[in-house]
Design a protein around this ligand. Structure first.
Ligand code: AHG
Ligand code: MN
Ligand code: MN
Length: 365
């Protein structure tokens, strides 16, 4: 049997760097540090109960909530530590921010500081960890403001509040049947599979693209009573299937690990929605802008799909806070554009209390 020649992540990054002849290599080194953190997390996840890493932290349950007020799992904490430990010493970072840290993380004084900022969700879908379902890590790389680079000062929240369009790179690692790293450095999307024998991410999916059309959608339907009218309309139309206004049957999926849903959509298309809803007025959406919506948005758009709030392109949103939540719709272009159209022409749905405007009669003829 002949073995197949495959590129490693390192080789891929070197190839990509040829587009920027003046690049120092710092950026590549940073991505490799992130990949190392992901490999470490993959090992922890794989050992599961054997090493006692499942469940909540040993501390009092009352204190094991993160800044979002969500339950923090032991592996959330461990994964966060891998990210900070593996990336802080390289000299490439001005600072970091994470779902699991209330405030920006400062590179210790004893270490060199650099020109990039790393923003991450160390473990996405962590409610799935105890039931052995795919989880992942999501990351985004930003350039630090010039004045931060020049002064070497501590980073503050405002430094991170950059629109997604300014991301230099974004990616995720997926801890599923295989461990994968999916990455964009602004030149398409490439997928790498961890070869457990070599401990190397090998390029297995050189050009990931999201098909423009789909018949598969993902949404947590238990929230349907809180959805806004355009979302209700879209889902109703999908559910109506062949005999409804869409004239085709749709399939539905919900893993509750957004990172795994993003991967499915990158592999075979689909649309994912965690839209803004009326469930809790203090939370304009469930997912976080800086380390969930923006990196996934960049990946999806680099793969030819679309990411949106429903009202505007995700990557155009000006962040207002580090842990800001936002409504998120992403996936196959034609479906996301349709959902945006439904948001743009909501007049007919404005007065839902008026029985004359019962949705069904409005759009089903
Ligand atoms: P995290 O584990 O980082 O808090 O994120 C979980 C997110 C996302 O991955 C998933 O799509 C969503 O929460 C699941 O929400 P429901 O619990 O409403 O299904
Ligand atoms: Mn998450
Ligand atoms: Mn998380």
């Amino acid at each position: 049997m002949t073995t197949r020649r495959r590129f490693t992540l390192t080789q891929y990054l070197i190839e990509q760097r040829r587009r920027f002849p003046s690049a120092s290599g710092d950026f590549n080194a940073l991505v490799l540090d992130v990949a190392l953190a992901c490999k470490a997390i993959a090992r922890s996840v794989a050992f599961g109960e054997l090493t006692g890493v499942l469940g909540n932290p040993v501390v009092d349950v009352a204190t094991s909530l993160n800044v979002q007020g969500e339950e923090q799992k032991r592996l959330d904490v461990i994964s966060n530590e891998y990210f900070t430990q593996m990336t802080e010493w390289g000299g490439h970072l001005a600072g970091m921010a994470s779902e699991e840290m209330d405030e920006p993380y400062q590179i210790p004084d004893t270490l060199q500081r650099g020109k990039y900022m790393l923003v991450f969700d160390p473990l996405d879908g962590s409610s799935n960890i105890d039931v052995n379902v795919t989880v992942g890590s999501i990351f985004s790389i930003l350039r630090a403001p010039q004045e931060v680079i020049d002064s070497g000062r501590d980073v503050v929240e405002a430094d991170f509040l950059q629109p997604g369009a300014q991301q230099l790179a974004a990616g995720y690692a997926l801890y599923g049947p295989t461990t994968m790293l999916v990455l964009t450095v602004g030149n398409g999307v490439a997928g790498f599979t961890l070869d457990p024998n070599l401990g190397q991410f090998m390029l297995t999916h050189p050009t990931m693209t999201v098909p423009e059309d789909t018949q598969e959608f993902a949404i947590n339907a238990s929230n349907s009573r809180f959805w806004e009218a355009p979302v209700k309309r879209y889902v109703d139309e999908c559910l109506a299937g062949k005999t409804g206004p869409r004239g085709k049957d749709f399939n539905m999926r919900w893993i509750a690990s957004m990172v795994a849903e993003a991967h499915r959509i990158l592999m075979r298309g689909g649309v994912f929605m965690y839209p803004r809803d009326t469930k809790d007025a203090s939370k304009p959406g469930r997912l976080r802008l800086l380390y969930e919506a923006n990196p996934v948005g960049m990946l999806i758009e680099q793969a030819g799909g679309r990411a949106s709030t429903g009202r505007e392109p995700m990557l155009a949103v000006r962040p207002t806070s580090l842990h800001q939540r936002i409504g998120l719709v992403f996936g196959s272009k034609n479906e996301v554009e349709r959902i945006e159209r439904y948001h743009a022409e909501p007049q007919a749905f404005k007065d839902e209390r008026n029985p004359l405007f019962a949705e069904r009669s409005l759009f089903r003829d």
